[in-house]
Design a protein. Structure first.
Ligand SMILES: Cc1cc2nc3c(=O)[nH]c(=O)nc-3n(C[C@H](O)[C@H](O)[C@H](O)COP(=O)(O)O)c2cc1C
Length: 285
């Protein structure tokens, strides 16, 4: 049976990326594929350890019937081999590890690829992303992030947030200029400026906690929908808040809390396990 081949261009030299980073990268790229095709994730066993990479360039965007297959393979592969047919032959001799019927069901694939002993989901997978691709974030995704922000808990349910959605390159570059820890804003395609509204606060001292909860919601939802994000701190640093006030001409009753840089990731930091049992203090009867 002739298959439509779709080979994707993710490469890593030995030791450059962990298998887990490549798997994540692969999964995120998978979400971008407009139609479908067979996708091969390759792994090469070299000197007893796995070196992973995913195919070559996208070769075909031929539409396939719904329910495309995703194969996850290991196989021997000659890195210098440019010929796609030889590559395919090598691939087919590979061992099929996973085969997932529905491309739409990426989470299923994710689960298969995730290490057994590692909790999965956006909380455990989120990392700060500081390099972004020059690809616009879809309107629906922006909307989801805004909804996620405002779903946060807040003291006395005061919901003190205001959010500036900024996609203006010139202004973002200006913001980056005055923020030593916000340099990624000079190329990120999008950011949210999170502000606290001081009017009518029911629990005046707790607005920063409310804003922090809203921010975390955005970071987690971004992870869930394949976007990268990073929290760029403003409050309580007078210089940083002042810079944003000046650039954005923020009105007096609003306090710039932080900036969340957002976009499709150009880097894929691997999840880290920060669990430390010594910080748990359990009390039982
Ligand atoms: C309150 C707060 C302020 C932060 N400020 C910045 C910042 O200004 N610039 C930045 O690049 N990252 C900032 N971060 C991101 C942290 O550096 C990052 O979360 C931390 O190193 C852990 O890495 P991870 O997010 O990849 O898990 C901030 C995070 C928090 C929670």
């Amino acid at each position: 049976m002739k298959r439509n081949m779709m080979l994707m261009g993710l490469w890593a030299r030995e030791g450059e990326k962990t298998p887990q980073e490549l798997e994540r990268e692969f999964l995120l790229r998978l979400e971008e594929i407009p139609s479908s095709g067979d996708i091969y994730l390759l792994s090469e066993i070299k000197k007893g350890r796995r070196v992973d990479f995913v195919g070559a360039e996208v070769k075909s965007y031929d539409p396939l019937p719904r329910g495309m297959e995703v194969w996850y393979l290991t196989g021997k592969f000659d890195k210098d081999e440019e010929n796609h047919d030889t590559m395919l032959k090598n691939l087919q001799s590979g061992e099929v590890l996973y085969r997932v019927q529905e491309q739409g069901d990426n989470r299923h694939l994710k689960k298969l690829l995730w290490k057994d002993d590692q909790p999965s989901g956006p909380i455990f997978e989120r990392r700060s992303v500081r390099h972004y691709r020059q690809r616009a974030v879809e309107e629906e995704k922006i909307e989801l992030l805004l909804r996620a922000a405002m779903q946060a808990p807040s003291a006395k349910n005061q919901q003190p947030w205001e959010i500036i959605v900024l996609e203006n390159r010139k202004i973002m570059k200006e913001l980056a200029l005055g923020l030593d820890y916000g340099k990624m804003l000079d190329h990120a395609p999008l950011c949210f400026i999170m502000l606290g509204n001081m009017d009518n606060l029911k629990s005046p001292l707790r607005w920063p906690q409310d804003l922090a909860a809203a921010t975390q919601n955005v970071l987690l939802e971004a992870t869930e929908i394949g976007l990268g994000s990073v929290w760029v701190s403003l409050y309580p640093d007078e210089q940083r808040m002042g810079h944003v006030r000046e650039v954005m001409d923020v009105e007096e009753s609003l306090i710039p809390f932080n900036i969340i840089a957002l976009g499709y990731p150009q880097e894929f930091p691997a999840p880290v396990d920060r669990f430390d049992r010594s910080k748990v203090h359990r009390i039982k009867e």
